[in-house]
Design a binder for this molecule. Structure first.
Ligand code: HEM
Length: 411
């Protein structure tokens, strides 16, 4: 039996998140993956284990010895004055994404009802109309920014419709969500990022506090009504638990879908033969969306906390240690995907980890895939000769929610 290492086997001496990484993280992931299965890095949240292999990332996401409850240290690290972020932590920590069974199982079961296939099907005509409206608005332009024209506004319109919220709030929600993304996406969040995230999360919760009584009195078949009814039936606690789910839903579906649309379109336009193949064989579109998710994932990593001392690849991981599961690296693991750096819209058995895996696997996966298929399908049909008008890609600099600030295209 090989010895168990207590001290980190391979502590990274240099930070990996620099300008080159933010433009293209895949060479760094490959170097890490090839150097060994487990690395210790001080760069993430004051110290964390980094995992890059598909099998390891999947294991961490599926194994109950790795807890999803991880916001405490994260928030505390960003406090200059103890307690200044306690209101933020109170709500943030209750979001389904950050809780374990049995609370997670209870919340997940309840929320699944809001994502039933027939509800999503009912949303399809609204979504297609929204896409048509957004594309009509730029029809005839010499060039346009796809992020501003489509990728940013569309997911919020769809999400607010699903939740049963007024359209007038789109811009405010998008801005609040951006503040949460900036906080979650920072490997070592500053006090300023954390304070902004707190202000925005609390603004979101105030909105929902005002909206929920109306949903209690006049329930519809939207997600917010479902949550309000679950509260009345005792399935979810009022206050922080309820408000956390409302805010998380809006936030989780906004930036991620925006970046699937942007990263996906960029990848297709960078590979004209793949774009043309989709034109000839539109039946490939559902598989192509899975491949685009794998190729340049909108969520590049997630975290877990070690719940009990355990050994992984001969390395001792102690209870309380943080693990960073690098989804973006796992998706390019040659042990799982043949020619992982190639984009192939006809790839079989894509099976990426872009939506996570196990109990916390993305609840919005089907919705988001439907949205991306509808957008790419509409673009292929309307502008077969679409091409990129950008010299240098304008990446947003967020290592978790990798995406573009702008993607200028010519029809
Ligand atoms: C391209 C789009 C999306 C991507 C790449 C994505 C990615 C992910 C990932 C990786 C996780 C698991 C995180 C973890 O295990 O730590 C997750 C969970 C989640 N996602 Fe998504 N997501 C997307 C869209 C959406 C949408 C549209 C919604 C809402 C309508 C949504 C709601 C959620 C929620 C609520 C969870 C937590 C589930 C749980 O804890 O049980 N996501 N997502």
């Amino acid at each position: 039996m090989s010895a168990v290492l207590d001290a980190p086997l391979a502590a990274l001496r240099h930070p990996i998140v620099d300008a080159a990484f933010l433009a293209d993280p895949y060479p760094a992931y490959r170097a890490l993956r090839e150097a060994g299965p487990v690395h210790w890095s001080e760069e993430f949240f004051g110290g964390a284990w980094l995992l890059t292999r598909h099998a390891d990332v999947e294991k961490v996401l599926r194994d109950a010895r790795f807890s999803a409850q991880r916001t405490g240290g994260w928030v505390r690290n960003a406090e200059a004055v103890p307690g200044e972020l306690s209101r933020f932590q109170q709500v943030f920590a209750r979001a389904m994404l950050f809780v374990d069974a049995p609370d997670h199982t209870r919340l997940r079961k309840l929320m699944n009802a809001g994502f039933r296939p027939e509800l999503l099907q009912r949303l399809a005509p609204f979504m297609e109309q929204a896409i048509d409206d957004l594309l009509d608005a730029v029809e005839g332009a010499a060039s346009f920014d796809f992020m501003q024209a489509v990728a940013r506004p569309l997911p919020m319109r769809v999400m607010t419709r699903l939740m049963g919220i007024e359209a007038a709030t789109h811009e405010a929600f998008a801005a609040w969500s951006d503040d949460l993304s900036a906080f979650i996406g920072a490997p070592a969040p500053t006090r300023e990022l954390a304070r902004r995230a707190q202000t925005s999360l609390l603004a979101m919760t105030r909105y929902f506090e005002e909206e929920l009584p109306h949903k209690r009195r006049h329930p519809g078949d939207d997600l917010l009504s479902l949550l309000a009814q679950a509260e009345a039936a005792g399935g979810i606690e009022g206050g922080a638990e309820l408000l956390a789910q409302c805010a998380m839903l809006l936030f989780a579906g906004h930036e991620t879908t925006r970046n699937l649309l942007g990263n996906g379109l960029k990848a297709l336009l960078d590979h004209p033969a793949q774009w043309q193949r989709l034109q000839r064989e539109p039946a490939l579109l559902p598989g192509a969306v899975r491949e685009l998710l794998r190729y340049d994932s909108p969520v590049q990593y997630t975290g877990r906390r070690v719940a009990t001392d355990l050994v992984l690849h001969g390395q001792l991981l102690r209870r309380g240690d943080l693990v960073v599961a690098l989804i973006g690296a796992a998706n390019r693991d040659p042990a799982r995907h043949a020619q992982p750096d190639a984009l192939d819209v006809a790839r079989e058995d894509v099976g990426s980890l872009s939506f996570g895996s196990g109990p916390h696997a993305c609840i919005g996966a089907a919705l988001t895939r439907m949205e991306a298929q509808a957008v790419f399908g509409a673009l292929l049909q309307r502008w077969p000769g679409l091409r990129s008008a950008d010299g240098v890609a304008q990446w947003n600099g967020n290592p978790v929610y990798r995406g573009l600030n702008a993607l200028n295209v010519q029809a």
